[in-house]
Design a protein around this ligand. Structure first.
Ligand code: SF4
Ligand code: SF4
Length: 82
């Protein structure tokens, strides 16, 4: 199980999410952040820190954001940890 950053994150550089993550899950890409599903422990700390509600548990992803689960897993391997 993991949490997922959705496209609502695009353009935000708040980063409050990554600062509270105890597992350094957040990887920073050119447009948005991605959560590494191999590191996430589903503590939910990051959810309350996001001002645009961009972070969801993978089981609660809106239908239009379903592809973001795979995108996070893929891009977290490409971009460095925040
Ligand atoms: S706070 Fe939310 S929108 Fe901002 S960088 Fe973090 S996940 Fe993205
Ligand atoms: S749910 Fe917890 S472990 Fe997972 S990304 Fe958010 S803060 Fe990090």
């Amino acid at each position: 199980m993991t949490h997922v950053v959705t496209q609502a994150c695009i353009g935000c550089r708040d980063m409050g999410c990554s600062h509270v993550c105890p597992m350094e899950c957040f990887h920073i890409g050119p447009e948005m952040l991605y959560i590494d599903p191999d590191s996430c422990i589903d503590c939910e700390m990051c959810v309350a820190e996001c001002p645009v509600d961009a972070i969801y548990h993978e089981d609660d992803l809106p239908e239009e954001s379903a592809a973001d689960r795979e995108l996070n897993a893929k891009m977290a391997k490409v971009w460095p940890v925040q």
